[in-house]
Write a protein that binds this ligand. Structure first.
Ligand code: SF4
Ligand code: SF4
Length: 281
């Protein structure tokens, strides 16, 4: 049977929270028998948007990582809860049975993604259901996906082989550190925007006593004398090498300009930072 898959593009998420609000609209005060009990108005984030700033002024960016229940292939929550309390459907959706889960507060700690929330009023653990009550009525996507204005969220049904092909061709990833062997069923595009680091800088030159930015310079990043990335400075002379590992140590940056000559500088990467202004030649 085809699996229902959520794909999240980190580069397209603007932190507008429409997905979060659509989830609230669908689940707060609404009982969906066989799927979920009402979500409380406050405290729960079934679609939880994590935020991270990278770099230092003036080279700063913010990345957002929307994270619902990952509907894992081998859910840790299911392994540690009692029999039949959590089920994984043939289409991949993982559901908590609200009646059987009554009073089981410890289940909140069972998820490595912190995707399970405690509903004190109902005395049950709760989480994202992929809006299974809607999908089972013929909806093609959950409410969060329908509400996303930027296309950061997309939803599809794929056979195992099709999914494998998509993972390879679109370079999809899962947030690895936390998965603890659960094999998440939610995949991310451009995950480096959240998990990796950058080295940025600006190229400038002085002409007749006036300092100006240098656009179109060829800039190459080397590590251990191996060329890693090659980019051009933009209209403001700025450049960014992204998708680098935290604490990855020493790099060399080479700047080549047809009129201004070339220059090499050393960089050392702990976390995202800027090398500052590089004056040519
Ligand atoms: S993300 Fe957590 S709650 Fe969801 S299926 Fe995986 S282990 Fe269970
Ligand atoms: S609706 Fe889309 S763009 Fe807005 S926060 Fe959610 S995932 Fe990000």
């Amino acid at each position: 049977m085809k699996k229902k898959i959520l794909i999240i593009d980190v580069a397209k998420c603007e932190n507008c929270n429409n997905c979060f609000l659509a989830c609230k609209d669908e689940h707060c005060g609404n009982n969906w028998p066989g799927y979920s009990r009402p979500q409380p108005l406050h405290g729960h984030r079934w679609m939880n948007i994590h935020r991270r700033e990278r770099g230092q002024f003036p080279f700063v960016d913010a990345a957002y990582l929307p994270m619902p229940c990952m509907h894992c292939e081998d859910p840790l929550c299911m392994r540690v809860s009692g029999k039949g309390i959590i089920t994984k459907r043939e289409d991949g959706i993982v559901l908590i049975d609200p009646d059987k889960a009554k009073g089981r507060r410890k289940m909140v700690n069972a998820c490595p993604y912190s995707a399970i929330w405690w509903n004190a009023e109902e005395e049950i653990p709760q989480k994202c259901t992929f809006c299974a009550h809607l999908l089972d009525q013929g909806w093609t996507k959950p409410r969060c996906v329908q509400a996303c204005p930027t296309g950061a969220l997309s939803f599809c049904e794929l056979e195992k082989e099709e999914l494998r092909e998509m993972i390879n061709s679109q370079k999809l990833e899962v947030p690895g550190k936390r998965s603890r062997g659960t094999f998440p069923g939610v995949y991310y595009r451009n995950l480096y925007r959240y998990e990796k680091c950058f080295i940025a800088g600006s190229v400038a030159a002085e002409k007749e006593g006036i300092q100006d930015c240098v656009s179109g310079a060829n800039i190459i990043l080397y590590k251990d004398q191996k060329k890693l990335q090659e980019i051009r400075s933009d209209a403001f002379g700025d450049f960014t090498f992204d998708n680098l590992s935290k604490d990855s140590g020493d790099y060399v940056i080479e700047i080549i300009h047809p009129e201004l000559g070339s220059k090499k500088i050393n960089a050392h990467l702990g976390s995202s930072y800027a090398v500052g202004n590089i004056f040519m030649p």
